[in-house]
Ligand binder design. Structure first.
Ligand SMILES: [Zn+2]
Length: 291
């Protein structure tokens, strides 16, 4: 699935499709009854039983001059805390190649934050040596300086978070000198910028794309499910700092509601892109493209 924004083409690469779970995975206080009652979530973003539907996916941003990967997803053959994320097949690179891009053609990788499902394909495991090598050897890997420092100095040692994914997918990149530590407000390419959206993690950023007067934004994990457009004030389960995550989400929804900007949700199921709009009843909702 691709979206054209002026001269920029954005394509999602899905690694885990239509993952369903209780809405409390996203918002601890939300209930299946609330999901069932929110009509616009059905059938695309929720099941009739009130489970949320979501994807785990990354994005390729192609400009006439650049091939940028935004969030490199989970990775193949990994061992992670939950079975569903373990031993995934190798489809990511094939999907990339179907766009006419080999892994050698990617010039930039941007990780919105350093959770395991946003850094996975930064590296691959060499079958001969067992070493983790850069998947995109010609790319600069952009990590938020604040984000990297927070994981390095605190989170990976806090006893609550496994750092396997850093050992496999971030440390080798840093050791090889392929990492660039960026300010939260960073220009990746003309018209492609990051902005701070801290809260989910300490240095989380989202990505803004502007070309020929058209605009889109890739959310990262400042939200996980379209329902959060309607209730940005609810705490989010995986936000490390719940109050600042909430403030970020409220600001984001206010900024983009009725703006015409295409919002691409990092974990949104089909349609992954849409507009945050005010409905006839005055309530905010997410209007998936094509619906
Ligand atoms: Zn995520």
């Amino acid at each position: 699935m691709s979206w054209q924004v002026g001269e920029v083409k954005i394509t999602r690469i899905v690694e885990l499709y239509d993952f369903t779970d209780n809405i409390s995975m996203t918002m601890p206080d939300a209930t299946a009854e609330e999901v069932i009652a929110m009509k616009w979530l059905h059938p695309h973003y929720a099941t009739p039983e009130g489970l949320q539907r979501m994807n785990f996916q990354g994005f390729v941003v192609q400009t006439p001059a650049r091939n940028i990967v935004v969030d490199s997803c989970i990775g193949a053959g990994r061992e992670r805390d939950f079975d569903v994320f373990c031993d995934l097949p190798e489809g990511f690179l094939e999907d990339l190649e179907s766009l006419g891009i080999s892994r050698h053609d990617v010039d930039t990788v941007l990780c919105t934050h350093l959770h395991f499902d946003h850094v996975g394909w930064n590296t691959y495991k060499d079958p001969e040596t067992g070493e983790y090598k850069p998947t995109f050897p010609n790319a600069k890997y952009l990590f938020g300086e604040k984000e990297y420092k927070a994981w390095q100095e605190v989170i990976r040692h806090d006893g609550h978070h496994s750092d396997n994914h850093l050992v496999e997918c971030v440390d080798p990149i840093v050791e090889l000198g392929l990492a660039e530590f960026i300010d939260a407000n960073h220009t990746i390419a003309p018209g492609i910028t990051t902005e701070p959206s801290h809260g989910h993690t300490p240095g989380h950023v989202h990505v803004c794309i502007e070309s020929k007067g058209e605009r889109a934004v890739i959310t990262g994990d400042l939200m996980h499910h379209p329902m959060q457009c309607a209730m940005p004030h609810r705490h989010a389960t995986f936000d490390l700092d719940k109050d600042s995550g909430k403030a970020t989400r409220i600001g984001f929804v206010e900024k983009y509601r009725d703006s015409g900007v295409v919002v691409i949700g990092a974990h949104f199921f089909d349609p992954t892109a849409g507009h945050i709009e005010t409905g006839a009843d005055g309530e905010t909702w997410f209007h998936g493209l094509g619906l």
